[in-house]
Every structure is written in structure tokens, then in C-alpha cells.
Design a protein around this ligand. Structure first.
Ligand SMILES: Nc1nc2c(ncn2[C@@H]2O[C@H](COP(=O)(O)OP(=O)(O)OP(=O)(O)O)[C@@H](O)[C@H]2O)c(=O)[nH]1
Ligand SMILES: [Mg+2]
Length: 248
């Protein structure tokens, strides 16, 4: 979904948004804490953006890539690596939240139930949560476990945005179809942003656009009230759509 700005002003606004994203993510990012129970959640001191998605989809890798760190968030070939809700403070302006993955079949039943409860408690009850980035593996598309989370977010009126991951593994043509299909599905969900971002942490694709969207949310004082809001200068609506990945 490549979108070329229609006017010079629009192009300038997009460039400025990208630059604000770059500046924000050039700031210090520090691990604050990992939380295993809702009762341990830190005070809601900053605007928050959470990264949710199936186990192994690339949440921790995306956080590392966005912040230009190799090992800020722990990543692994083994699904189920992130077991707590991990909080990272970015430049004293924004809290980035790395969630445990859902849909990890090999964990014990009790453990899965505990993680799911933790994720749900967090997502439902966080007053300063500006946006959930719902990560979807570009090769798999939106699946049943993702739909359940989308429905839960719709019901809780928590605004979310789909971010495709690992687009380096897909060809441009196939990726465009996956984006279209995801956009169609998302259009039926009240709390979802219509724009589907496409990223690769491995190839650093689409990162500038995600940073820009995060910066716009960090700057706006109001809690993100969703896709129907009239765009403002710092609104995420002014953020460019992610160009398709170059598979080379
Ligand atoms: N090719 C490719 N591989 C990726 C990309 N992002 C992540 N991976 C790989 O996917 C695997 C899982 O990545 P993680 O970032 O740990 O995934 P996660 O969603 O945090 O997983 P959990 O913490 O288990 O929920 C690792 O082997 C990463 O190297 C990407 O953009 N491209
Ligand atoms: Mg992880």
C-alpha cells in the first residue's frame, strides 16, 4: 500500500513526522521492569504503546530494531521467550511495552492461562494505553488467535493497528495481496486503524513509519480515540503508509 503524498505540503508533513520519529527513537531507551501479575503493573506515568501478537511473530525483534538495539528486548528462536509484560521507557516520553506472545501451543495449560490472563488484564485496564500494535506474520496473515484478540480489543475500545512482520520473507506481489486481505478484514473492526504497516526487523523495512506513528502518539495529549477522529497535525493519520518491502 504505497502512498505517495498528493501535495508538497503533505510531503513536508510526512517528512516532518518521520523526522520526529527518528528523533524520539534516537533518545535513550531503558528497561523499566518485567511484570508477571496485573497487581505488579507500574503506575501509568507516560503514554504507552504495546506490541502484541502470536508467539514468535517478532515483537521483541521489532522493539530492538525500532530502538536500534540488538538486545534491549529478549528475542529467541524458541517461541514463548517473552514471559512477562516488559516495560521500556523511551526518552522519558513514551513507554514501549513488549507483551508475551499468545497461541504458543507447547506451553503448559496453566502457563498459557496465566499469560492470557496477564495480557488481557493489561490490555483491558490500562488508561494510558494509546495504541496496541498488533503484529501479524506476513507469511501467515491474520489467524484465529489474532481474531480473538481483535474482538477483545474492539469490545474494550482499545485502538489497535496491524503491523505485518518478517516481510523480507515474502515477495512484493504476495505481500500486496496479504496487505489487501488484512485491510479488508480490519475494515470490519471498529477499533482498528485501516492502515496496515509492513515491516522487517531483519531488513529494517518500514521502521521509520512505525517510529513516526509512535512519536505522533507520544506528542498528542489526548488518548487515541480511534480511526474515525479528524486528522490533526500530530495525528497518526498524517503518518505515511508503509511502502512495500523490497524482497531483494
Ligand atoms: N526473517 C526475519 N526473521 C525475523 C524478523 N523478526 C523476527 N524474526 C525472527 O523471528 C523469531 C522470533 O522473534 P521474536 O522477536 O523473539 O518474537 P516474539 O514475538 O517476541 O516471540 P515471543 O516473545 O515468544 O512471543 C526470531 O528467530 C527472530 O530472529 C524479521 O523481520 N525477519
Ligand atoms: Mg518476545
Amino acid at each position: 500500500m504505497t502512498e505517495i503524498p498528493a501535495t508538497e505540503e503533505e510531503a513536508a508533513a510526512v517528512a516532518a513526522a518521520i523526522e520526529r520519529g527518528r528523533l524520539l527513537f534516537a533518545k535513550e531507551c531503558e528497561f523499566v521492569m518485567g511484570v508477571a501479575k496485573e497487581a505488579q503493573l507500574p503506575a501509568a506515568e507516560l503514554p504507552e504503546i504495546a506490541f502484541a501478537g502470536r508467539s514468535n511473530v517478532g515483537k521483541s525483534s521489532l522493539l530492538n530494531a525500532l530502538t536500534n538495539r540488538n538486545s534491549l528486548a529478549r528475542t529467541s528462536n524458541t517461541p514463548g521467550r517473552t514471559r512477562e509484560v516488559n516495560f521500556f521507557r523511551l526518552g522519558g516520553r513514551l513507554m514501549l511495552v513488549d507483551l508475551p506472545g499468545y497461541g504458543y501451543a507447547k506451553a503448559g495449560k496453566e502457563e498459557i492461562a496465566r499469560w492470557n490472563k496477564l495480557i488481557e488484564d493489561y490490555l483491558r485496564g490500562r488508561s494510558n494505553l494509546r495504541r496496541v500494535c498488533l503484529l501479524i506474520d506476513a507469511r501467515r496473515g491474520i489467524g484465529e488467535p489474532d481474531r480473538k484478540v481483535m474482538e477483545m480489543l474492539d469490545k474494550a475500545a482499545v485502538v489497535y493497528q496491524i503491523i505485518l512482520t518478517k516481510v523480507d520473507k515474502e515477495k512484493v506481489g504476495a505481500l500486496a495481496k496479504i496487505q489487501e486481505k488484512a485491510a479488508l478484514e480490519v475494515s470490519r473492526h471498529g477499533a482498528a486503524y485501516p492502515d496496515i504497516m509492513a515491516t522487517s526487523s531483519a531488513k529494517k523495512t518500514g521502521l521509520a513509519e512505525v517510529r513516526a506513528a509512535c512519536a505522533a502518539l507520544a506528542e498528542s495529549n489526548a488518548v487515541d480515540s480511534g480511526p474515525s477522529e479528524t486528522p490533526t497535525e500530530t495525528s497518526p493519520e498524517t503518518i505515511p503508509k508503509t511502502p512495500l518491502a523490497d524482497p531483494s
